[in-house]
Design a protein around this ligand. Structure first.
Ligand code: NAD
Length: 486
């Protein structure tokens, strides 16, 4: 059993009041870790450590020195790659290949890429005329915002947390991270990495706990937190935005989605089936960018549904390190109850259950895990709850469509606007649709391809702001204009 502590000012510390909570394995329900639960006093200590670090050695580093340190962090993550994979598998129960191909390498990249972006970014300058004819020069310098509160979710914990910590540190800020209560392990390992890489104390701090009336809320209300970056549910974002309004703190929000996948009859059929399978069911459907609404052009509707059904029924449930398995459980029993309630609601609303809909039979040693079947529905109106609301499970509803205008209207008729994936061999059509669909990210004949230099974020209720490349620098730093009279 692991004992995970808060990481404050370079030290691993229990909560001052000694409180802890349990982390259970998604795979079999066993308790795998006991976590220190930060109270107000611990959160205050972490924020003050971050605040003080801005005035210390960290604040005096040159850009080159800071970039070197972040490269050191990336290298240390790569050196401890297996430890990170093991920790993330223990927390999430997801298969090893998901860790090794995406989740952990992206963690290291988040430090390297943003170090490079910051090193190469330039700032504006303007020459201006003055009445005496001698003129003046304006130039901007980029300064850190200060202490950044980072609040992250459980679905791709290390990737999503470092996606914020990397650029925040590259810009010279310090951070206090509140990881999800479901996935504390990799944030703790990153504390070890920071110490090994020589990052000054207080630059990276971690407090564990829950949201309301716990570490999350204490962090967002702390007056020495200068900005808050959050990934999670839209409802939680609303609560955090209210907290950020005190003191006029800036926010960056990456929130929920109810993303459309659109498949035209002229698409490469096999690639589209595989692409929609990945986008709907990867990580057991717990991906914000995932597809829960699929629209298929009528001539291929029946064959597409049959092919996706076959793909779902071929998954092999099992432990993350079981080479014969390729499919993991949901994160928690609580989340499974929520997803199963949607499965029941779909039936009550009149769905045809094409496949799945329940809990798969599992061997006795895994029966305590949060296993659930990939599920496909057809036949529901767009007003059905499972077609409108984010479920965040391995499920999708598939509906036929007859033309571009119809499918654009269907895709846009939702409160969320995070991403979409379009499958077609007609590139003119892809361009036309991509411009009309109200989302932050559109993929054509692909999904989840990410270049970290590009803008990432959601429209409508899927977020506020963009991160990625220079967009991250816009959030994690401020420009200060300096005007010099010549
Ligand atoms: P969540 O909103 O329940 O929790 C996210 C984090 O916020 C956790 O650390 C939680 O403890 C904390 N929190 C909860 N209430 C809080 C409060 N009142 N004050 C401060 N902190 C609080 O989300 P989740 O269930 O962990 O993650 C799933 C959600 O995240 C889904 O909606 C998914 O779409 C979204 N998500 C979005 C993106 C994106 O990039 N847009 C990426 C991944 C996940």
């Amino acid at each position: 059993m692991r004992h995970i502590k808060n990481f404050i000012n370079g030290q691993f510390l229990d909560a001052v009041d000694g409180k802890t909570f349990e982390k259970r394995s998604p795979v079999d329900g066993q308790v795998i870790a006991r976590i220190a639960e930060a109270g107000r006093v611990d959160v205050d200590a972490a924020v003050r450590a971050a605040h003080d670090a801005l005035q210390g050695e960290w604040g005096r580093l040159t850009v080159d020195q800071r970039v070197d340190l972040l490269y050191g962090v990336a290298n240390e993550i790569s050196r401890r790659f297996e430890d990170f994979c093991d920790a993330e598998m223990a927390d999430t129960g997801q298969p090893r290949h998901v860790m090794t191909s995406a989740f952990i390498p992206r963690g290291a990249a988040n430090f390297k890429v943003f170090a490079d972006v910051f090193k190469t970014v330039s700032s504006e300058s303007f020459q201006m005329a003055t009445p005496d004819g001698r003129g003046a020069i304006n130039y901007a310098i980029r300064v850190p915002k200060g202490v950044i509160g980072v609040i992250s979710p459980w679905n791709a914990p290390f990737l999503l947390m470092t996606w914020k910590v990397g650029p925040a540190l590259a810009c010279g800020n310090t951070v206090v991270v509140k990881p999800s209560e479901e996935t504390p392990l990799t944030t703790a390992l990153l504390g070890e990495v920071m110490n090994a890489a020589g990052v000054p104390k207080g630059v990276y701090n971690v407090i564990h706990g829950f949201g309301p009336d716990s570490a999350g809320e204490f962090l967002t209300h702390h007056p020495l937190v200068d900005a808050i970056t959050f990934t999670g549910e839209t409802r939680t974002g609303t609560a955090i935005m209210k907290a950020a309004a005190e003191g006029m703190r800036d926010v960056s929000f990456e929130l929920g989605g109810k993303n459309a996948g659109i498949v035209f009859a002229d698409a490469d059929f096999a690639a589209a089936v595989e692409g929609i399978f990945r986008s709907s069911f990867l990580n057991s459907g717990q991906v914000c960018l995932g597809t829960e609404r699929v629209y298929v052009e009528r001539p291929i509707f029946e064959s597409f549904v049959a092919a996706l059904k076959a793909r779902c029924e071929a998954v092999k449930f099992g432990r993350p390190d079981d080479h014969a398995a390729n499919y993991g459980p949901l994160i928690s029993d609580e989340h499974r109850r929520k997803v199963l309630a949607y499965y029941a609601k779909a039936v009550a609303e009149g769905a045809t259950v094409v496949t799945g809909g329940g809990i798969p039979p599992m061997p006795a040693e895994l029966a305590g895990g949060n296993w659930i079947e990939p599920t496909i529905w057809t036949g529901l109106p767009e007003t059905a709850a499972v077609v409108r609301e984010e479920i965040f499970g391995p499920c999708c509803h598939i509906r036929p469509f007859d033309g571009e205008d119809e499918v654009v209207n269907l895709a846009n008729a939702n409160d969320y606007g995070l991403s979409t994936t379009i499958w077609t061999s007609n590139l003119s059509r892809a361009h036309r649709l991509a411009a009309r669909i109200e989302v932050g990210i559109t993929w054509v004949n692909s999904w989840f391809l990410r270049d970290l230099r590009t803008a990432f974020g959601g429209s409508k209720q899927s977020g506020i702001g963009r991160e990625g490349g220079v967009h991250s620098l816009e959030f994690y730093s401020e420009t200060r204009n300096i005007c010099i009279k010549l």
